[in-house]
Ligand binder design. Structure first.
Ligand SMILES: *Cc1c(COP(=O)(O)O)cnc(C)c1O
Length: 227
C-alpha cells in the first residue's frame, strides 16, 4: 500500500493541533506519534518521507519485525501492554508508554539495572476504571509515586491514558484532566522529568490537546482505517 496524501493529512492534523493548543491555553508543544500497527513497512517509509520521526506500535513483535525491514532512524514508541518476559526488547524503543502496574515497573527496573541503562517510560493511568483497559487507577498511582522514585533505572517522563471509545465530551475532558493531575502528582512526588502527557487518538486528539497532551498517538486519521 502507498500513502500518497499523508503529507496533506499531516498538515491538516497539525493545523487542528495548533488551534487546539491555542484554545486550551497550556502552551505545550505537541509531537505526533504515527501509529503504524497493522500497516506494512510502506507506512513507515511514508511517515519518514512526510517528516514524521516518531512511530508507535502496540505489540513488541510487530514493532521488531518492522524495525528489521526498515532501518530508518525513527523513534519507536511502545504504546501497548507489555508482558514482563518481553522487557528485554525495550533496548530497541525510545519510550515505553504503558507502565500500567507495579509488577511491570519492577520488571522494567530489573531489566534497566541488568543492562545498565535508564529506561524512559510513562505511567499509564485508567482514569475512569474501565475494565477492558490496563492502567493504574489514579489513587493507586498517587500511592505508588514515591516508591517509583526509588526505581533508579526508570526515568518517568509523564503519564499516558486512553479514553473510553465514544465517550461524550465531559467524560473525555475528565479523563484527560485526570491524567494531567496524575502527572502533577508524579512531579510532586519527585519525578522532576515528568513533563509528558500521551493522550489523544484519531477520534479525540483535539480535546486531548486542549487538555494539555504533548504526545498524540494517531493511526486512522493518518493512514486510513485498519483492515
Ligand atoms: C491503535 C492505538 C492508537 C491509535 O488509534 P487511532 O484511533 O487509529 O488513531 C493509539 N493508542 C493506542 C494505545 C493504540 O493501541
Amino acid at each position: 500500500m502507498s500513502y500518497p496524501d499523508l503529507s496533506d493529512r499531516i498538515r491538516e492534523v497539525r493545523e487542528k493541533i495548533d488551534a487546539a493548543v491555542k484554545r486550551g491555553g497550556h502552551g505545550q508543544s505537541v509531537t505526533i506519534v504515527a501509529v503504524t500497527k497493522t500497516h506494512g513497512p510502506d507506512a513507515l517509509a511514508a511517515a519518514w518521507n512526510a517528516g514524521l520521526r516518531d512511530v508507535g506500535e502496540n505489540r513488541v513483535q510487530e514493532a521488531l519485525d518492522k524495525m528489521d525491514v526498515r532501518p530508518l532512524q525513527l523513534r519507536w514508541h511502545l504504546i501497548g501492554t507489555l508482558q514482563r518476559n518481553k522487557v528485554k526488547h525495550l533496548t530497541r524503543f525510545h519510550l515505553l508508554h504503558s507502565i500500567d502496574r507495579p509488577q511491570l515497573a519492577d520488571a522494567v527496573q530489573a531489566h534497566g539495572a541488568a543492562t545498565d541503562r535508564v529506561v524512559d517510560a510513562l505511567l499509564q493511568v485508567n482514569v475512569v476504571g474501565e475494565e477492558s483497559k490496563g492502567g493504574y487507577d489514579p489513587a493507586a498511582a498517587a500511592a505508588d509515586a514515591s516508591r517509583l522514585t526509588s526505581l533508579k533505572n526508570i526515568r518517568f517522563r509523564g503519564v499516558m491514558t486512553m479514553a473510553p471509545l465514544d465517550a461524550d465530551e465531559p467524560t473525555l475532558r475528565a479523563v484527560f484532566a485526570g491524567a494531567r493531575a496524575t502527572r502533577e502528582t508524579l512531579r510532586a512526588a519527585g519525578h522532576a522529568g515528568a513533563t509528558e502527557l500521551s493522550m489523544g487518538m484519531s477520534g479525540d486528539y483535539e480535546l486531548a490537546v486542549e487538555e494539555g497532551a504533548t504526545l498524540v498517538r494517531l493511526g486512522t486519521v493518518l493512514f486510513g482505517a485498519r483492515t
